[in-house]
Design a protein around this ligand. Structure first.
Ligand code: XMP
Length: 327
């Protein structure tokens, strides 16, 4: 049986061998806990939920049902990768929910950042609960809770996202197979379970997704500009050795247009902001000094490849006074 709390003397999982030992122990514990009953998991494609999915697939296979909700605020290629890795390669029982219209219709015209977050969080729970209701005989709900989540909730820093606020009539027993692990250990275990590197070493991504990188009311065209510019930034950082070095990097497209010129004609278009920061704990952050030539190359690509964009700005603000995200 895997303990409820991280034992004080537990060795840090720093090698593939230690990861394999944890996996073997956890698979046996999950098989004992779940038996031939059914377990449900909201699979976002982030590191924690992906590792939980891979562990449960190994332990109980088809007794796990994964639900991937595409709320339209994911990065380029993410929903496709979730389907490819989990359904195609790992043969998971995966329900893919295309809820893009539903989320974007609810968010139309909403400018207040906190209201946007609430709508995204609330709608997510509603979509997930609807899918859960369609299924018979689910007894367990799996969650990607990790050890820092538990410590932070005990210290009152943030509420542990326990059961994600599901409606009262939906009572599940929780399955939290990585809850005694630190993030670096979750990654080790994910790698040992055969998850791809770009999933295991994925940078942090906020729950409300690209929604907080589209300041002002979210529109489909601006969202597309965020997604495309983010993909270019990620591609260039990977090609130039910055992907493993910089803690978090992304783009933002505020709801503001300025005058520019394209092909000899006036172009009244948006600007893209690049954010690239380093931090240990996200409480404070410094700005990465991106080499000037690379920055210019990225500006050139974004202004030529992303429709509706005529300028690129680099956010030079550390945290404080800026936060990492813009909303
Ligand atoms: P800020 O903007 O507060 O961000 O400096 C600190 C870190 O937290 C991430 N972040 C979030 N993560 N849900 C999340 O799961 C959220 O609502 C959220 N808001 C910010 C942000 O990406 C950064 O890594």
């Amino acid at each position: 049986m895997v303990p409820d709390r991280r034992p004080d003397n537990m060795a840090r999982i720093t090698t593939p061998e230690l990861a394999e030992a944890f996996i073997a122990e956890q698979v046996a514990a999950l098989q004992e806990q779940i038996g031939d009953q059914k377990v449900l998991l909201a699979l976002s494609g982030g590191v924690d939920s992906s590792v939980v999915a891979a562990l449960l697939i190994r332990a109980v296979g088809q007794h796990l049902t994964c639900v991937h909700v595409n709320h339209g605020l994911l990065r380029k290629g993410e929903p496709e990768q979730v389907i490819q890795v989990f359904r195609d390669q790992m043969n998971a029982n995966l329900i893919y929910v295309d809820a893009v219209d539903r989320f974007l219709d609810k968010l139309a015209g909403v400018t207040d950042p906190e209201t946007k977050r609430k709508i995204i969080g609330g709608e997510f729970i509603e979509v997930f609960a609807e899918e859960a209701r369609k299924l018979d005989g689910i007894r367990f709900l799996a969650q990607g809770t990790i050890w820092p989540d538990i410590l932070e909730s005990e210290q009152g820093i943030k509420a542990h996202h326990n059961a994600g606020g599901l409606p009262d009539d939906m009572q599940f027993e929780l399955v939290e197979p990585v809850k005694i692990l630190f993030k670096d250990e979750v990654r080790m275990v994910g790698k040992a379970l055969g998850l791809p590197d770009n999933m295991v070493y994925r940078q942090p991504f906020p729950g409300p997704g690209l929604g907080v990188r589209c300041p002002g009311a979210i529109t489909r065209d601006r969202l597309e500009a965020v997604r495309e510019s983010d993909a270019i930034l990620r591609e260039e950082f990977a090609k130039n050795g910055l992907a493993d070095k910089v803690w978090q990097y992304f783009t933002i497209v505020p709801d503001f247009k300025s005058t520019g010129v394209k092909d000899g004609k006036r172009a009244f278009e948006w600007f893209v902001v690049i954010r690239a920061v380093n931090t240990a704990d996200a409480m404070t952050a410094t700005v990465e000094p991106i080499p000037y030539d690379l920055l210019m190359h990225i500006v050139d690509r974004i202004t030529h490849e992303v429709p509706g964009v005529n300028r690129v700005l680099y956010d030079l603000t550390p945290k404080p006074t800026g936060t990492i995200e813009w909303e």
